[in-house]
Design a protein around this ligand. Structure first.
Ligand code: TGC
Ligand code: FAD
Length: 390
């Protein structure tokens, strides 16, 4: 497998990064180059998640980079988190998914809304990867509209009884815990930590995906699952709680998409310089230069967008609509670059010799999960006009 790890930095955006950011990028990049790139095509072809990477993801600090050190996180800033997601997704969106679900959708809600006991019990093990989690919001009949969810629980003494189901859940087939969003008897949404082994809880895997093949996706089924009330996240209820988690994950995805775009661009550039047709490298042809110039332009714009969003997030000033704009723009940008760079490679572009086709198929999930392309447009429309058009 070819891999390309030269980062386009046309506007000297590196000047905006601290020495720590650059060190994090370098170490994450080295790990991806050594541990992900050589094996990932094989796992994608087999449609299998490379479970052995979990421990290493924990070791490089990809689980909860911004969670405080006292809970096992790395205590880093938001730009560091973004840079890690960028480098990991340069390798594969499915591996980035595992890191961002664990960080933003499992550790983040426990850190933000959990009791001290929950934080101490779960966060350190989630940070090392000794324990893995998943996030259950989407249901068979409620995807873009999670407020209509049916999954619910009733109080029974010191416990609750949970019923319902979730689908399209990343990492569910092997997760030790699931942060599940469900309605109480008053139809108020709460986060509940469901633990593997609880009676009536099962996690069947979803097969035959053409996208995110190296990531495990499944369902969460709750059939009268008895759960102690101490597993409810006490700090926040209502749809705003899972939406806050999504803001964090969507921010990471905006960076991850840049990593995919960089890998596709670098592959196309290198190939076009080497591939000779009509007596010249195809890079000497205007049509190919147009593709490459437009790719670099879009990557540069996306880099600036995510960097500025990271600054805003560091200051706790980023709005949900700003995050939607970045997730929507950058994933769409990466999809376009993947398509264009695949064409630069001609027939070779469809093979597993190169990463482009795998990235292209992965992005079909990335543009759908964490809010579809259209939902993010409607979030922006709402923010601009004050009118909710959902
Ligand atoms: P709406 O009435 O607008 O809001 C309900 C309540 O939530 C508050 N709120 C937020 N709070 C915090 N952060 C945000 N981003 C918030 N957005 C809204 C809002 O103020 C309100 O609070 P309150 O106190 O008044 O009740 O809700 P709505 O039902 O109209 O829906 C809004 C909409 C459509 C934007 C939202 O439902 C949405 O984002 N839908 C998309 C669903 C989605 O993104 N699902 C993702 C599932 S997880 C996933 O895909 C993981 S993939 C992981 C991987 O593998 O990487
Ligand atoms: P729908 O909501 O049915 O949307 C179908 C189409 O209708 C879309 O094009 C959408 O944009 C459009 N649409 C919807 N509403 C409107 C509207 N008001 N106006 C105009 N158009 C509209 N979920 C989790 O909870 N946890 C996970 O870990 C997770 N991982 C995932 C992993 C993968 C590989 C995939 C594919 C999905 C994952 N999801 C997860 C689910 C994901 O978040 C949903 O697929 C997504 O939110 C869209 O929901 P849906 O698929 O039900 O599509």
């Amino acid at each position: 497998m070819n891999d390309n790890f030269t980062s386009p930095d046309f506007y000297q955006i590196d000047d905006l990064l601290s020495e720590e950011h650059k060190l994090i990028r370098e170490s994450t990049r080295q790990w991806v180059s050594k541990s992900v790139c050589p094996i990932i095509e094989d796992y994608a072809q087999k449609a299998e998640f490379p479970k052995h990477l979990i421990k290493e993801l924990g070791e490089i600090g990809a689980f909860g980079p911004y969670i405080p050190q006292k809970y096992g996180g790395a205590g880093l800033d938001q730009i560091s988190y973004g840079i890690m997601m960028q480098e990991i997704e340069r390798g594969d969106s499915g591996i980035r998914s595992t890191a961002s679900v664990q960080s933003s959708l499992v550790m983040y809600p426990i850190w933000k809304f959990g009791s001290e006991e929950q934080k101490e019990k779960f966060l350190p093990k989630l940070a090392t990867g000794e324990m893995m989690g998943c996030f259950g919001l989407t249901e068979p009949d409620h995807g873009s509209n999670p407020s209509g969810m049916i999954t619910n629980f009733k109080s029974d003494g010191e416990d609750i009884i949970l019923n319902g189901s979730k689908m399209w859940i990343s990492n569910s087939p092997f997760a030790d815990i699931a942060v599940v969003w469900a309605k109480d008897e008053n139809k108020r949404i709460h986060g509940v930590i469901v633990e593997r082994g609880m009676e009536g809880f099962s996690t069947p895997e979803t097969h035959n995906k053409w996208s995110l093949r190296a990531s495990a996706t499944g369902e969460l089924i709750f059939d009268n699952v008895r759960i102690p009330k101490k597993n409810i996240l006490p700090g926040k209820s209502g749809l705003g709680a899972p939406l806050m988690c999504l803001d964090s994950a969507r921010f990471g995805i905006s960076w991850g998409a840049i990593g995919v775009a960089m890998d596709c661009y670098n592959t196309a550039l290198k190939y076009s310089l080497e591939r000779v047709q009509f007596g010249k490298p195809i890079a000497a042809k205007q049509l190919q230069q147009k593709k490459l110039a437009e790719m670099l332009t879009e990557i540069t714009k996306a880099q600036l967008l995510s960097w500025k969003l990271g600054k805003l997030k560091n200051e706790d000033k980023a709005t949900s609509a700003q995050i939607s704009l970045a997730k929507r723009n950058n994933v769409d940008m990466a999809m376009n670059i993947a398509r264009e760079s695949r064409q630069v490679l001609g027939g070779m572009g469809i093979t597993g010799e190169f990463s482009i086709m795998r990235h292209m198929m992965n992005l079909e999930s990335v543009i759908t999960y964490e809010g579809t392309h259209d939902i993010h447009l409607l979030i922006l429309g709402h923010d601009i006009t004050g009118h909710n058009a959902f």
